[in-house]
Design a protein around this ligand. Structure first.
Ligand code: C5P
Length: 405
């Protein structure tokens, strides 16, 4: 899957002859699975009609800051928040000057001010305009604020000049965006074991005790760890999820099976992340035949015994002890309960989340957490579990191995 898959890209098109190439750029971005919305400046519309971009992107093109109809459909602040990434291609000298000055005099400039999404610019202009100290100063200002410049390339220009100022080809722009989206290899050479999903305890041949864990968070963490260069073993309870790319999966059912797999993997692991929702109790005996209600089983049918605590067992090792991270799913006093779990289980770090929050928790695609260790607390705000997993991995790599992305 491309690193741009499902990314929401706001493509800003400004006035320049290279605007025609941006029509192809829309297609190339979509080939990567990106979702594209186009904003055109007045200058851009002199070169290419909005209809072209509307047809290619499959979305209405945004052109005016003060158009009541467009604002009613998707207001400019909404659009600014929608974007995961803003790409301006071509970025004219005038556009760069207005962005450097922090102007909000048209829709695109306003969106750039209102959005916290990373900004990428593909400059395109005459070579003398590009080399002018004013443009160079603007480019530097924008870069110093975190914007990324893609190009420009050099060569013969539409005006007949030869030199720097050509917009990169659409494919080159896409390649650069993909490599910018690649996560830092913060876990390169590290072996990571992750538990995920629920466990399941049989009562008899047809029934079991379990919980609502979907496994999504643990699987997302496994995928993020693999993308960060780790050698990943994912110990999965019964879940309906595909194995992430480059991950070794071990399927288990009961808590004792998960413990055995965890003990074995932890022998060679540098990092152990326990994202599983382990069933705390299991039946003292598993009935060999289906338990019948006719057999005088009116109440007290089940006798339960406590399951071993997997993450505490790993954290309590004297030898071959990996850096150990647990999760705390709480419904009240989230931080307080998580801190006491961190201490009681002897963990290095705990990731606390409020499962009573309808925006996050078990079956949701979203989550928000607070990460707690000896050094303090760090809140990671609401995000897709996949994005949160990437943030968690870079935080854990930093604390465990002093590597930051
Ligand atoms: O005690 P509690 O279940 O809230 O603790 C949650 C953390 O402990 C999670 O990281 C979970 O994976 C882990 N755990 C475990 N074995 C258990 C119970 C919980 O590894 N039996």
């Amino acid at each position: 899957m491309s690193l741009l898959a499902d990314k929401r890209i706001l493509l800003g098109v400004t006035g320049g002859i290279a605007a025609y190439k941006s029509a192809d750029l829309v297609r190339r971005l979509q080939d990567q699975g990106a979702r594209v919305r186009v904003v055109m400046t007045a200058g851009a519309q002199e070169f290419v009609r909005p209809l072209t971009f509307q047809a290619l992107s499959g979305n209405p093109v945004h052109t005016d800051l003060l158009d009541p109809a467009a604002e009613a459909a998707m207001g400019h602040i909404e659009l600014a928040k929608w974007a995961d990434l803003i790409l301006i291609a071509p970025a004219s000298a005038s556009c760069m000057a207005r962005l450097a000055a922090g102007m909000a005099d048209d829709l695109l400039a306003t969106l750039c001010l209102a959005s916290e999404a990373p900004l990428h610019l593909a400059p395109a202009m005459n070579q003398a305009m590009w080399r002018h100290p004013a443009t160079q100063a603007n480019a530097q200002t924008l870069q110093s604020r975190g914007a990324t410049l893609l190009g420009p390339g050099a060569g013969s220009q539409a005006c007949g000049d030869v030199g720097p100022g050509r917009m990169l080809e659409p494919l080159e722009i896409v390649e650069q965006l993909v490599s910018a989206a690649a996560p830092a290899q913060v876990l390169k050479g590290k072996r990571v074991t992750i538990t995920a999903g629920p466990t399941r305890e049989a009562l008899d041949p047809v029934r079991y005790l379990s919980n609502h864990s979907s496994g999504k968070m643990g699987f997302a963490i496994a995928a993020a760890a693999a993308r960060a260069g780790a050698d990943v073993t994912l110990i999965a309870g019964p879940v309906r999820l595909d194995t992430p790319a480059d991950v070794n999966r071990v399927d288990v059912t009961s808590t004792n099976e998960m413990l055995a797999a965890a003990e074995q993997a932890a022998d060679t692991a540098d990092l152990f992340i326990s994202a599983a929702a382990v069933v705390d109790f299991r039946p003292a005996v598993i009935a060999t035949q289906k338990i019948k209600k006719e057999d005088g089983n009116d109440s007290d049918v089940l006798q339960l015994v406590k399951n071993p605590d997997i993450v505490a067992t790993i954290a309590g090792r004297k030898h071959k002890r990996p850096f150990t991270v647990g999760f705390a799913a709480e419904t009240e006093k989230v931080i307080e309960h998580a801190k006491s779990k961190l201490a009681r289980k002897g963990l290095d770090m705990i990731v606390a989340n409020d499962v009573s929050d309808p925006q996050g928790g078990f079956n949701s695609d979203h989550n928000q957490v607070v990460v707690i260790d000896q050094g303090g607390e760090q809140a990671l705000p609401a995000a897709l579990k996949t994005e949160l997993a990437t943030q968690l991995i870079s935080l854990i790599a930093d604390r465990a191995f002093g590597k930051s992305g």
